[in-house]
Design a protein around this ligand. Structure first.
Ligand code: ARG
Length: 309
C-alpha cells in the first residue's frame, strides 16, 4: 500500500495573507510619555520629537514602497498614545460595507482616542459600534485581535476583558478564540503573535498561560517560536507583513534565517523612539482590509472558544 501524500511544506511558500495591504496610522504630532500604563513607559525617558517624526515617516514610506496604502489620521493634542493606531479599533470589510468595532480602552488616559477614531471612520464611510465606553462595559483593545486560521484570535487579560470576546463574536458573526495573556510585559497580543501567512506566525508562548500557549501552538501549523527575551527586548513580534515582506523593528539572526528559509524578505525600520511608549511597528499601524468571509470565516452565529484555565 502506498503512503498517503503528505504535503512537504518546509521551505516552501504557503498562501500569503490577503490582508495587511491597507493601514491606518496616526501622525505623531503629540507623542510623549505623560503617564505610565505599561512596563516600558518612564516619564524620565521622553521621545525626541525630531527622531519621532523621522522614524514614523520612514515607516510610512516603507509600507507605501511595498505597495500598501496608508491612510493618516491626525493626532489629538491630549492623547499622546494615540500614535499606537492599532488600538483604536478592529475594522472589517463585508461586501461593500466597512464596520469598525471601536476599542474601549482599559486605562482612562486613552479613552478619548476612540472618539476621534469614530469621527474619522464615520467621515470615511465606516459604521462603528462599541463594546463598552467610559469605563462601563467590557474593555477591548484591538491590539489584542487578529484573524488567523478559522477565527479571530483575541488575547485577554491585561487589557481586553474575557467578556469582550462574546460581544466581538456576536457583533461580527464569527468564531473568536480567546487566549489568556499573563505576562505583564506583553499586555497586548500583538507583542507576542504575528500572523505571517496562512500557516505560519511568530508566536511567543511565554506571554500566555500554559493552556492558551498550547492552544495557540495547536492553531498555527508552522509557528516560529520566539523566546520571551526575543519578544521583549526587540519587539520583533510587533511587526507587519505585506505579502511576503515582514517589516520589523529588529530581527534576531535566528529568526531572520527561519523567515528567509520560508521565502520571506525582512525589512528593518528603526522605531526605537516609539518603544519608549511601549509599542512598535504593529502598534503604529492598524490594518483596515480584514475581510469577513475571506480572512475570517462567517459562522452564522457567535462562537467563543476558550482554552481551559
Ligand atoms: N502606551 C501604549 C499603551 O500602553 C502602548 C500601546 C502599544 N500598542 C499595541 N498595539 N501594543 O497602551
Amino acid at each position: 500500500m502506498s503512503e498517503p501524500a503528505m504535503p512537504e511544506l518546509a521551505g516552501e511558500l504557503t498562501g500569503e495573507l490577503a490582508w495587511g495591504r491597507h493601514y491606518l496610522a496616526v501622525e505623531p504630532a503629540h507623542f510623549r510619555v505623560d503617564y505610565v500604563i505599561n512596563p516600558f513607559m518612564d516619564l524620565a525617558d521622553q521621545p525626541d520629537p525630531v527622531r519621532v517624526r523621522e522614524q514614523w515617516d520612514a515607516l510610512v514610506a516603507t509600507l507605501r514602497g511595498l505597495g500598501a496604502v496608508v491612510d493618516v489620521l491626525p493626532q489629538r493634542a491630549d492623547a499622546p498614545d494615540m500614535v499606537y493606531a492599532m488600538n483604536l479599533g478592529l475594522g472589517v470589510r463585508s461586501g461593500g460595507e466597512r464596520k469598525a468595532v471601536l476599542s474601549h480602552m482599559r486605562f482612562p488616559q486613552r479613552r478619548m482616542e476612540t472618539d476621534s477614531a469614530r469621527d474619522w471612520l464615520v467621515e470615511h464611510g465606516w459604521t462603528t459600534s462599541l463594546i463598552g465606553r467610559d469605563g462601563v462595559g467590557a474593555h477591548f483593545e484591538a491590539g489584542d485581535a487578529f484573524p488567523f486560521g478559522d477565527a479571530l484570535v483575541v488575547g485577554y487579560g491585561p487589557r481586553t476583558e474575557e467578556l469582550a470576546l462574546k460581544h466581538l463574536a456576536a457583533e461580527l458573526g464569527i468564531r473568536v478564540r480567546g487566549l489568556r495573556i499573563t505576562h505583564p510585559g506583553m499586555y497586548h497580543l500583538d507583542l507576542a503573535f504575528c500572523p505571517l501567512d496562512e500557516r505560519r506566525a511568530l508566536v511567543c508562548p511565554s506571554a500566555l498561560d500554559a493552556p492558551s500557549a498550547a492552544a495557540l501552538l495547536d492553531l498555527v501549523p508552522e509557528p516560529l517560536v520566539l523566546t520571551e527575551e526575543e519578544a521583549l527586548s526587540t519587539f520583533c513580534a510587533n511587526s507587519v507583513v505585506v505579502g511576503r515582506t515582514v517589516v520589523m523593528p529588529a530581527c534576531p539572526d535566528r529568526v531572520r534565517a527561519r523567515l528567509e528559509a520560508w521565502g520571506f524578505e525582512v525589512v528593518l525600520v528603526d522605531v526605537s523612539e516609539f518603544h519608549k511608549g511601549g509599542g512598535s511597528i504593529r502598534c503604529l499601524t492598524n490594518p483596515v482590509d480584514i475581510t469577513l468571509g475571506r480572512d475570517l470565516p462567517l459562522t452564522g452565529g457567535a462562537q467563543v472558544v476558550l482554552a481551559p484555565h
